[in-house]
Structures are given as structure tokens and as C-alpha cells.
Design a protein around this ligand. Structure first.
Ligand code: AHM
Ligand code: MG
Length: 329
């Protein structure tokens, strides 16, 4: 007799996205195709991340390969893969990537869809060469007028996001996704190359026991932030990977608070609004948590430029409210 468990009716990421569209009569299937392109990019990067250490150790990075081409750095390679997959899906009209200075507006009408995708193809760059978890972050908006897509279409509040997610390349590879009705997690089964639902309907605890901040910047913090950190460390444990995706993944699953505040050195913070702050804020809110700059709800920010930054606190609702209380005093 074949032993069967949950394995006989696995919910793949694609199956789940399709099921969401079946519930929405106006759905066209476009988002399914766009997300398929993103999934492909994530699987590709997951496989390259695994090989990267070996490639580095063998001294190939930066050296010429047999065709005489430069071996691309992982972040550049990831950017190319996502960009090409998104364009080929025919469902995107504007792409904003951390790796590209300008927005890419898709000119070919046959390949132009209605979605704006903002993404950080490989976040956590300081962790790439030492094999610590890194990730891809993305946000999806709908364009107002797909006949005339314009860079300005992206300069609006995070409340306009229709979907966001990230993929973490860690000891397991996990895709976390929201299309605006909660958050679900899908783990990559490398044997079949599919993301399988493993974390349905993620809800964050209302309070956690972990704080996650780069305290090397403490001397630059403003007074409310210093006071909050002084207080929270009396009661909580510290964890800081330095890869936003990993720090947020832990915060989403275990609760607690993650912050990268604006301070005297980084006047507007470090993390970028369109492809780091907004997608993560959307996911955290969808999981019942809270996202704040300290004084303002993070999703209400409106960037002036595509690469604008903001200070950000993300986490369990009560923890973020406690942080905010220091700014109200
Ligand atoms: P990156 O886009 O250059 O990788 O920078 C973003 C990363 C985030 O993943 C992480 O939260 C943060 O930078 C860590 O910064 P620091 O090393 O200053 O603590
Ligand atoms: Mg980044």
C-alpha cells in the first residue's frame, strides 16, 4: 500500500492563484501569468544562489567564461532574469528595479500589460558572499492608463498595491504572497520545482519577544528611537540578520519588531519605499501586524522619486504601537 499523507493533494502556488481568480468574476488571468513569471525568476535565482558559493570558491566570479563573457554577479543576473521574464509575460507595463536607475516602460504594445512591478531582485547584498539568507521582494500595482504608462504612475501611496510578496533563499526557499486577502506561504520543493502551500493564512502574534535593529547605528538614532531601543532590550531578545527578507520572515512567523529608522546618518532611512518598504508593509498589515515610519503609517507614504527611502518599523501590532508611543511623547 502506498502511504499517502498531505502529499496527495498539494496546493501549488499556481493552483492557489488560479483559485483566487475563480472567486473573482472580473479576473482575467493576467495576474496568474504575471506571478508565473515572478515564480520562474525566484526558482532560477534559488538555484543560482545554491551554486554561487561554489562558483566563488572556484574563483570564477569576474573571470571570463569560455564564451569570453564576464560571469555576471548574482544580483545583476537576478535582475536580468526577472526583467526578461516579466516583459515576456506580456502583463507588465512598467518595471522598477533596485538595480536600474530609471523605470523601464514597456514600449512594445504587443508585450504591454496593465501591471506595474516594483522589485528588488536580490536583497541583502552584504550577505551574498558569506552564504547567509537573501531574498527577492516585489510589489504589484495596476496602471491607470495602459495606453500611456508613465513613470509618474508609480509615485503614489502604498494603499494602491494590489499584491506583494517576497521569496527567501534560506535553509529552505519560501515564497510569501498576498493578493490583498491575507498572507500565504509556499515552500519550494526542489524535487518537482514547485512552490507548495505550507503556511496558509499567516497571522502574526499581537506581540512578540524579539527586536531586530542594527544597533551599530545607535549613536545616530534620534531620542525617541534611542529610548525605545533602551527599553525594548530590557525585555526582548535581539536578532538581526541584515537581510530584510530574512528579518521580516522571522518577524512574520514569530512576531516582534524590525526597524531600520531614519537617523542622523541616513536622514531618510536606508530602505527603499517602492520595493522594500511598501511590499513588506503590505504583507505585515495583511498578516495583522503594523507598519510605521514612527510617526506615520508606512503605506500612506507617497514617494517623490522611484528610489526614495524611508525609515520603517514593521512587526506585531502592539510592539509597533509601543515604538510609536515614544514619538508621541
Ligand atoms: P541592499 O539592497 O544593498 O541589500 O540593502 C538592503 C539591506 C536590507 O536587506 C537590510 O535590512 C539592510 O540593508 C541592512 O542594512 P545594514 O547592513 O546597514 O544593517
Ligand atoms: Mg535591497
Amino acid at each position: 500500500e502506498i502511504s499517502v499523507g498531505r502529499g496527495e493533494d498539494l496546493v501549488t502556488l499556481t493552483r492557489w492563484v488560479i483559485s483566487q481568480q475563480q472567486d473573482a468574476p472580473e479576473a482575467t488571468g493576467d495576474l496568474t501569468l504575471l506571478l508565473a513569471a515572478i515564480q520562474f525568476g525566484c526558482k532560477f535565482v534559488a538555484s543560482k544562489v545554491k551554486q554561487a558559493g561554489l562558483i566563488n570558491l572556484l574563483g570564477l566570479t569576474g573571470a571570463a567564461n569560455v564564451q569570453g563573457e564576464e560571469v555576471k554577479k548574482l544580483d545583476v543576473l537576478a535582475n536580468d532574469i526577472f526583467r526578461n521574464a516579466l516583459i515576456a509575460s506580456g502583463k507588465a507595463c512598467i518595471l522598477i528595479s533596485e538595480e536600474d536607475e530609471n523605470a523601464m516602460v514597456i514600449q512594445d504594445k504587443n508585450l504591454r500589460g496593465k501591471y506595474i512591478v516594483t522589485f528588488d531582485p536580490l536583497d541583502g547584498s552584504s550577505n551574498i558572499d558569506c552564504g547567509v539568507s537573501i531574498g527577492t521582494i516585489f510589489g504589484i500595482f495596476k496602471v491607470d492608463d495602459s495606453e500611456n504608462p508613465n513613470e509618474k504612475d508609480v509615485l503614489r501611496s502604498g494603499r494602491n498595491l494590489i499584491s506583494a510578496g517576497y521569496c527567501m533563499y534560506g535553509s529552505y526557499c519560501e515564497m510569501i504572497l498576498s493578493v490583498g486577502n491575507g498572507v500565504n506561504g509556499f515552500t519550494l520543493d526542489p524535487a518537482i520545482g514547485e512552490f507548495i502551500m505550507t503556511h496558509p493564512n499567516i497571522k502574526m502574534p499581537s506581540r512578540g519577544k524579539i527586536y531586530s535593529v542594527n544597533e551599530g547605528n545607535y549613536k545616530h538614532f534620534d531620542e525617541p528611537c534611542k529610548k525605545y531601543v533602551d527599553q525594548v532590550k530590557q525585555k526582548y531578545s535581539a536578532r538581526y540578520v541584515g537581510s530584510m527578507v530574512s528579518d521580516i520572515h522571522r518577524t512574520l512567523l514569530y512576531g516582534g519588531i524590525f526597524g531600520y529608522p531614519a537617523d542622523a546618518k541616513s536622514k531618510r532611512g536606508k530602505l527603499r519605499i517602492l520595493y522594500e518598504v511598501f511590499p513588506m508593509s503590505f504583507l505585515i498589515e495583511q498578516a495583522g501586524g503594523k507598519a510605521s515610519t514612527g510617526t506615520q503609517n508606512a503605506l500612506d507614504l507617497i514617494p517623490e522619486h522611484i528610489h526614495d527611502r524611508s525609515g520603517i518599523w514593521l512587526g506585531s501590532k502592539e510592539d509597533v504601537e509601543e515604538l510609536e508611543s515614544f514619538y508621541k511623547q
